[in-house]
Every structure is written in C-alpha cells, then in structure tokens.
Design a protein around this ligand. Structure first.
Ligand SMILES: Nc1ncnc2c1ncn2[C@@H]1O[C@H](COP(=O)(O)OP(=O)(O)OP(=O)(O)O)[C@@H](O)[C@H]1O
Ligand SMILES: [Mg+2]
Length: 356
C-alpha cells in the first residue's frame, strides 16, 4: 500500500511541478515579449499587466489535469474489478418468467437432490431427500466437507441443483424468483456478517418497520438483552468492524437475533456455534434449540449436544445421506452417528459413557 501510495504521490507531485514550471516559463516568456513590445512602443505600459497575467489565468484551467489523470487511472482499475464480478459465471439461473409465489412454503420438499460446484469433478451432494413441514426441526450433521453448507446454499437458491428438485408448497423453487425463495427461507450463516455500525442498525437490517420493542424482544430470545441493557449506549453501542468489539458468542447471538427478527418461515442455521469454545458453543446451541421450538428449522452442526430436541437427524458423509432418523434411535445403534457421539464424548476415565 505504501509503495502504491508513494507512486501515486510521485506522479501527482511531478504533474503539479511540471505544470507550475511550464506556467512559470510561459509567464516569463510573455513578460519578455511584452517588455520588448513596450520598449519598441508597440504596446502601452498599462497593457503589459494583461500580457503577463493572461497566461497565469489560462493555466488555472489546466491545473486540475494531473489529478484528473490520476482519478481516471483509479476509476479504470475499479471498473476492471466491477467487470470481473459482472463477467463471473452466474451460479444460479433465474427463470425468465418467475412462477407466482406459493401461499406457504410448506411442505418444503427436497427430492433426489444432487449438486456440483462449477469446475468440480464430483458432486458435493448426491441423492439427498428432505421434507420440512411447518414446525418441524431437522438437524444435519456430518464431518467437514460432507456437503452440509452446500445443502443450505441450494435451499436459499445460491446454487442450482444438478439433479432433483426443491419444492416449496408444491412449486418448484427453480421456477421461482431467487428473492421470493429467500423470503421463505432465511439463513444464519457460519460466518454471519456484522456491519461496522450499532447493534440497532445491525438488527434493523432484517426488517424495515421495527420498533425498539421488536429489537429488544429478538435480543431477549437470543439471550443478549441483559448484555445490551448493561451497556452505557445500549442499542446504540457500536459493534466495530466485523463485530470486532463483541465476543465470538455475542457476534453469533446478534446474528441469531437478526435472523429471528426477520421471522423467516424456514430458518437455516449453518453451524452458528462453529468458532466458539465448547461450553459457549453448547450454551448457544441449547438456547437456539429452545428459541426455535415450534419453528421450522434446519440446524447444521457438527456437535451432537442437544440434538435429542429435534425431530430428525440426517447424517451426511461425502455428499450422501448415510443415516437418518430420530436422534435417540440413531445413537442407540452402531453406526455413523453413534461413532460421532463416541468421539464427542471421548473416553471418560478410559470408559465410554453409555447414551442416556
Ligand atoms: N465454492 C466451492 N467451489 C468448489 N467446491 C466447493 C465449494 N464449496 C464447497 N465445495 C466442496 O463441496 C464439498 C462440500 O462442501 P460443504 O461446504 O458443503 O461442506 P460442509 O459439510 O459444510 O463442511 P464444513 O463442516 O467444513 O462447513 C466439499 O468437498 C468442498 O470441497
Ligand atoms: Mg459448512
């Protein structure tokens, strides 16, 4: 950055210096010619001032040129970057004539879903089925790279299915406008973005017509209200760039409060506790399981703690569903979930605890 700044400064200084030099030389030349003319009697002495000052005034018009050249270069670079984004291949095909939005997104049905990222050799997801009815909560677990986030991306129409389909209340999601789908299905992401602004502004993004009571209610449900009330500036507390002034847990809770405030019919939570230490992660998971009770939720996680509260657990591995069913049934039998459970518990005094 220093190198770029000093190159820019050198160009500006050179441009400024050169135009001052040329201006000075022109004034000197005009003065020389003018004095000669006065001396020869071709010009009146009073008019000499005009001859000397005119070049000065004329150069004022071009004084901005060196800066203009610099701005032009800067704008060209910015335009290049914008074009890069515009020319990037679109990951989702929007329908030319979107279908009418269904009354309700329920049931949300995923059938035989396969997905592949552009330029990849193998599918990130293969043959996944999923049904979300109103109020149903499903947890998706599995190792890193299993395809959990990919499933979330498809539900939000950030990625197109290669095979199979997603239907919202009977309407094919691919026939709907992406924004329509995202009014039904909301995401609280692995690394939810917080803007360098106040708690209030970060929450109000979710909905335009919010009152302080709505904000406080969402904060209370995300168990953040006591903290906000304890701050001198309250809702107007600044969170810093990317929420740098908050702890990891507070950041995720604020993102959760925002998602709750938006009140999506279907809420997808992608590893909300991902970057937290285990006690904080488990406390957050417990709270969000409590707050999503009765709301349609897809909880993506790789911790099993608390999952007995959800209706169905889907275990993904290598893009395929390797096990599914109620948590209590899966943990009771030998299988992928049971092995995850054993790893999570770890040997206690050399023994593995029995499931409750
Ligand atoms: N943008 C992308 N481009 C190409 N391949 C991708 C992209 N995103 C993910 N993948 C690949 O797709 C597969 C599934 O990735 P995904 O992000 O869905 O895993 P995940 O289960 O969410 O993992 P984690 O627990 O680490 O978040 C992986 O093999 C990954 O390498
Ligand atoms: Mg992921």
């Amino acid at each position: 950055l220093t190198a770029i700044a000093s190159r820019g400064a050198a160009a500006t200084a050179l441009g400024g210096g050169l135009s001052a030099l040329i201006c000075g030389l022109t004034v000197a030349a005009a003065a020389y010619a003018g004095v000669g003319a006065v001396h020869d009697g071709r010009l009146e002495g009073v008019a000499l001032a005009v001859v000397v000052l005119t070049p000065l005034a004329a150069f004022e018009a071009v004084a901005g040129l060196p800066l203009a050249v610099q701005y032009r270069q800067r704008a060209a670079r910015s335009a290049e970057r914008v074009c890069e984004v515009l020319d990037a291949p679109v990951p989702v095909r929007e329908p030319a004539h979107p279908a009418a939005a269904p009354e309700t997104p329920f049931p949300l049905e995923v059938r035989g879903l396969s997905a592949r990222y552009a330029g990849q050799e193998r599918d990130a997801l293969t043959g996944v089925d999923l049904t979300l009815t109103a109020g149903k909560r499903v947890a998706v677990v599995g190792p890193s790279g299993a395809g959990k986030t990919t499933l979330a991306q498809i539900l939000l129409r950030f990625l197109d299915a290669r095979e199979g389909d997603v239907r919202l209340g009977g309407t094919d999601a691919a026939a709907l406008d992406g924004d329509t789908v995202r009014r039904f299905v909301g995401l609280c992401a692995q690394d939810a973005h917080l803007f360098d602004s106040s708690v209030r502004e970060n929450l109000a993004l979710a909905r335009r017509d919010t009152t302080d009571d709505d904000l406080r209610d969402a904060l209370r449900r995300a168990r953040l209200l006591d903290w906000v009330d304890g701050l001198p500036a309250g809702l107007d507390t600044l969170v810093g760039e990317h929420g740098a002034r908050l702890s990891g847990g507070q950041r995720q809770r604020l993102a959760l409060a925002r998602a709750l405030l938006a009140d999506f019919p279907v809420l997808v939570l992608d590893e909300p506790a991902e970057h937290l230490d285990l006690p904080t992660a488990d406390a957050l998971t417990a709270d969000l399981l409590a707050v999503t009770e009765g709301r349609t939720t897809l909880l993506i996680t790789h911790r099993l703690q608390g999952l007995d509260a959800v209706d169905e657990v889907i275990v993904l591995d290598g893009g395929r569903v390797v096990q599914r069913g109620p948590y209590a049934d899966l943990v009771a039998v030998e299988g992928p979930l049971r092995r995850m459970w054993e790893r999570e518990r770890g040997p206690v005094g050399g023994l593995v605890e029995q499931p409750a």
